[in-house]
Design a protein around this ligand. Sequence first.
Ligand code: TYM
Length: 344
Amino acid sequence: MAETTATPAPQGERKKIIFSGIQPTGVFTLGNYIGAVRHWGPLQEQYRCIYSVVDLHSITVRQDPAVLRKRTLEAYALLMACGMDPEKSILFIQSHNPHHTECSWVLNCSTQFGELSRMTQFKDKAARYADNINAGLFTYPVLMAADILLYQTDLVPVGEDQRQHVEITRDIAGRFNGAYGTTFTMPEALISRAEEGARIMSLQDPTKKMSKSDPNPKGCVSILDEPGVIIKKFRSAVTDSDAQVVYAPGKDGINNLMRIYAAFTGKSLEAIQEEFAGKGYGDFKTAVGEAVVQGLAPIQARYKELMDDKAYLETCYRQGAQQAMRLSGRTLEKVYKRVGFLHE
Ligand code: TYM
């Protein structure tokens, strides 16, 4: 990942803190995986990592309660299947730690209506869910700021679409620190470069972000899709008519497939261009599909094992919530003191 000045802490200094979250609104997409989740496992070796299944955020769009419950556990298991280790990191479910909503209220009072109105995601979602433009959708970034700031987070590894939310978190932290004295660490977004897949696009409309809510299911690959389904989706991916596997402006479909192939094979874009020189798009699309199937196989196998052991998952998320609360409690106490709440 790039775009940060972050370096591992020298021995003796506190390890830098990483926080990130993912919504349990469905099985993770290839976009979630390439843009964010695949980076989270390796970060555990150098940093103090805290990862959360952010169920509070997901109800800003109406959810079926039974489905949400099921998906939350599945998302937790998926995080572990993607390499998150409860022995190395704190893995918890957001609603299990009440400090997030408590801190969020205080931060709401340090956030301006105008800055929330400018959030691209709010504008997009308000247009998409015009019959339910609720206050939670509007203050969503404030809850996200609470998630991040409660843990004195240094770095937030996310995909490109979350950049604006990390920026508003910094604005809120700066304003609070300015008014009440330094309370929060100033976090930095950790976003990979475009070529590395910071924004993976729909396979059916490569000008749009790949998303669980894509109306055309062929545009979105989920990391639990069956091998045959994955191959089929890649074979029918929309590309241009130039028929050369070259990374270039205007070739949105091919550029997207090249980034996906690079993410799963570790090959550079130049090496991919050479590998497919003189070959057609058909060969390339099949190769991308096969690389994805192969890369996802161990995750799918581990996921099945974990979902067969619900008691273990329960132990892990309970322990995660305790660990999270211990850390966030220190910050929340400081926040309450700073704003002038009388000690209980
Ligand atoms: P969410 O659940 O939409 O997505 C989880 C992560 O996946 C990334 N991502 C993508 N990256 C590349 N290409 C794509 N097509 C793509 N789609 C999704 C997202 O950028 C994200 O990193 N608001 C957040 C969740 C959140 C959070 C936080 C994140 C809540 N609190 C605190 C960081 C810190 C969200 O909705 O992510």
